[in-house]
Design a protein around this ligand. Structure first.
Ligand SMILES: Cc1cc2nc3c(=O)[nH]c(=O)nc-3n(C[C@H](O)[C@H](O)[C@H](O)COP(=O)(O)O)c2cc1C
Length: 168
């Protein structure tokens, strides 16, 4: 199995997306980084935030893992703001942490989304796919999830199991 990590970008550390993430990590024991517990500020053109938690985190990720699972709730048809801030900060790696940026090449990216609707609007995955392309990462898969009465429906479990099985 590939060495992987799950990055959780929900505004609720114990919400629906966390339930999906727990389902996955129970099966494949990937560590979970909850971005809400990290101090990661917005992108700054003068890199005034360079001493927050972003750089140690991204450095550890590129040096340790072969696949990153980005798990985000759907907020207003998009990834969460927390997740987007993480993506914005990857821009730091193109300017002041180029070695780290280069190491993103070849790392796999998969996306787990969780919404109240069973379907995503067209284009939801575009920022992930294009970011992966730009950085030389390999976009491998995505799975959209939702909960029913606080539990993961069989259909979603089946889709998650397919993605989990492909991570070998
Ligand atoms: C600010 C906000 C915006 C939302 N926008 C959408 C949306 O566009 N599409 C959708 O299906 N669900 C939307 N939802 C519902 C959440 O995606 C859904 O409840 C999800 O399970 C929440 O996951 P969480 O507990 O990890 O935040 C929104 C919820 C919030 C709080």
């Amino acid at each position: 199995m590939k060495k992987g990590i799950i990055i959780l970008g929900s505004s609720n550390s114990n919400g629906d997306t966390r339930k999906i993430v727990s389902f996955i990590s129970e099966k494949i024991s990937y560590p979970v980084i909850d971005l809400k517990t990290k101090n990661i500020a917005e992108f700054d053109y003068e890199f005034k935030n360079k001493n927050d938690d972003f750089h140690p985190l991204i450095k550890e990720i590129v040096n340790t893992y072969e696949i990153i699972l980005f798990a985000t709730p759907v907020y207003w048809y998009s990834m969460s703001g927390t997740m987007k801030t993480f993506f914005d900060r990857i821009s730091d790696c193109l300017k002041i942490a180029k070695e780290t940026g280069r190491k993103l090449r070849g790392i796999e990216m998969a996306v787990i989304s969780c919404g109240s609707d069973k379907e995503l609007k067209n284009g939801f995955h575009m920022p992930f796919i294009e970011t992966a392309n730009y950085l030389g990462m390999n976009y491998t898969s995505d799975v959209h999830c939702w909960l029913e009465n606080g539990t993961i429906p069989m259909e979603v479990q089946k889709n998650l199991n397919t993605v989990i099985a492909s991570i070998h």
